[in-house]
Design a protein around this ligand. Sequence first.
Ligand code: NAD
Length: 329
Amino acid sequence: MKAIVFSARKDEKSYLIDAFEASGHEVMFEEVHLNRKTAELAAGFDAVVVFVNDQLDESCLERLAELSVKTVALRCAGYNNVNLDAAKRLGLSVVRVPAYSPYAVAEHALTLLMTLNRHVHKAYNRVREGNFLLDGLVGRDIHRKTVGVVGTGNIGSVFCQIMRGFDCRLLAYDPNPSQDLIEQGVEYVELDSLLEQSDFISLHCPLTAQTHHLISERALALMKPKAMLINTSRGGLVDTKAVINALKQGGLSGLAIDVYEEEADLFFEDQSNRVIADDDLMRLMTFPNVIVTGHQAFLTEEALTNIAQTTANNLTCLEQNASCENQLV
Ligand code: NAD
């Protein structure tokens, strides 16, 4: 197949080139995001290879279909940015990479939790300036604390297993509880109960109409003032304005996010010479107890290799008219 990769990043190109060449697919790279306006760039290609911030709404998909594109290959797990009903109506196949390394994301969630809890982000800067004071660096043992995990699929279940190593009490909320995790001692509870009891809360559910702003003003009010919230899932799970208010009022002791609800026009690009107009993100970054990383939770060598290989295999499956287990429509 002839494929065009949108939102292409330097860090992933060599992995994609290796996997596509090995599978006999032609590949070209575009740094711009795919949306209705940039869809023209897909003319002459069989497949578009897209990522989390490409906008495959109905009008973009209609233009792709007019240009005779046949396949949308997501090189990620989440697909909230693709209108699947429209794709189906237009006869476009949509494939994704359901799991490439749950360890990469779960380990990044742990990294954020530990950095926030022990103030490593502050200590790093302080020590580099020759300030070895310990004021403000007091953390809490994670050992035997209560950890709330929202969504216990691939990533959430790895996160649970990691936290068991700290001897934590694990509470989970998921409409599809995992028998394996129950046998390992994870307690499934209602969301409110998880919010009320947890010292650390980590989000690992998909962004859907039901989970949009799952962490709302109401949810934040239920949480312990000493609780810390980690979001490596999707930005839209958290109501940013509500979380800013909770932080201002001392209703939340820390927030670490790898994803942000308005990240689409900001993340994966160098904005250091521009004025960032997003006041909510800039406000968040003024808090000493907030850590933001730019959607890098997945970024390990193993994950990049798996993403590239699975994407190339997905295209091969469709080309050979074979059933593709990673096909959404
Ligand atoms: P998964 O499909 O394996 O698991 C998702 C789980 O969430 C399922 O068990 C599902 O039952 C549960 N769920 C669905 N609706 C829910 C709800 N309303 N409340 C609670 N749980 C609910 O997905 P995964 O591979 O574990 O990935 C989870 C999410 O992580 C993805 O949707 C994606 O948004 C995000 N992600 C982020 C990165 C990153 O780099 N930051 C990378 C990969 C995935």
